[in-house]
Write a protein that binds this ligand. Structure first.
Ligand code: KIV
Length: 274
């Protein structure tokens, strides 16, 4: 009898699996990650998709907005995550200034992400105004996740992070943009911070999966910023955020204990040295 260990191969989530999940009515789970260590935990815990979001600009680098993060920095985060992930679909954000208004630049930014990170897809913000960039990137065979509603790269245009598309004109444009992205060939769309009824309507009208953040329960999946749901970030409590842990307090208590142990010569003890 052979003693070979047979391990079940991990089935990678693909853009095709995304489409199947929508068809089967299976909700899609997505979280952000920006580094190897946390991405590995998130992947092994069974998440469907990991977004290497440009929220790294806020969460990892401490900037007020997502605008300062560069393409090189997104590639650094994307490659770190890709080295950890075996199963989840990896989507990397194209950062501000690398695709708007110039579709050739958009394509070369997307190609750098795909070549230098090992990601499966890219995400970009906007609808009609970036359609040429969307089409050019898709023509190179690079899958795109769209992003409509509150698009943080346009924060200086909006002036506020409040709920978008409450007014009829903005809601109608969002629905039109969602259809344009689907018709262009995007495999999925994120809707951020819009009324739940509008998000549900878009999810019903589109055949591609709609992933929500602050967009209610009537969509095909949910995404949250990992550091928010783990409670590492604090002083930020939007209604849509469910905190599954309170790590800010836990880490702070652990660090205080370590400081006290070092000061009192309690650490290291006899068993913790050679
Ligand atoms: O960058 C990000 O984390 C995002 C999510 C908020 C969707 O775009």
């Amino acid at each position: 009898m052979s003693s070979a260990i047979v391990s079940t191969p991990i089935k990678k989530v693909t853009t095709f699996s995304f489409a199947q999940m929508k068809q089967n009515g299976e909700k899609i789970s997505m979280l952000t990650s920006y580094d190897y260590s946390l991405a590995r935990i998130v992947d092994e815990a069974g998440i469907d998709a990991i977004l290497v979001g440009d929220s790294a600009s806020n969460v990892m680098a401490g900037w007020e907005t997502t605008l300062p993060i560069t393409l090189d920095q997104m590639i650094y985060h994307g490659a770190s995550v890709a080295r950890a992930v075996k199963r989840a679909l990896i989507v990397v954000d194209l950062p501000f200034g690398t695709y708007q208004g110039n579709s050739k630049q958009a394509l070369s930014s997307a190609i750098r992400i795909m070549k230098e990170t090992g990601a499966d897809a890219i995400k970009i913000e906007g609808g009609e105004e970036i359609l040429e960039s969307v089409q050019r990137i898709l023509s190179a065979g690079i899958p795109i996740m769209g992003h409509l509603g509150l698009t943080p790269q346009s924060i200086h245009k909006f002036g506020t992070y409040t709920v978008r598309a409450r007014e009829e004109a903005e809601a109608n444009k969002l629905v039109r943009d969602a259809h344009l992205l689907e018709e262009a060939g995007c495999f999925s769309v994120v809707l951020e911070k819009i009324p739940a009824s509008l998000a549900e309507r878009v999810a019903k009208e589109l055949t591609i999966p709609v992933i929500g953040i602050g967009a209610g329960s009537g969509v095909d999946g949910q995404v949250l910023v990992l550091h928010d749901m783990l409670g590492i970030t604090n002083g930020f409590s939007p209604r849509f955020l469910r905190r599954y842990m309170h790590l800010y307090e836990d880490i702070s208590a652990a660090v205080s204990s370590y400081v006290a142990d070092v000061k009192s010569s309690d650490f290291p003890n006899d068993k913790e040295q050679y």
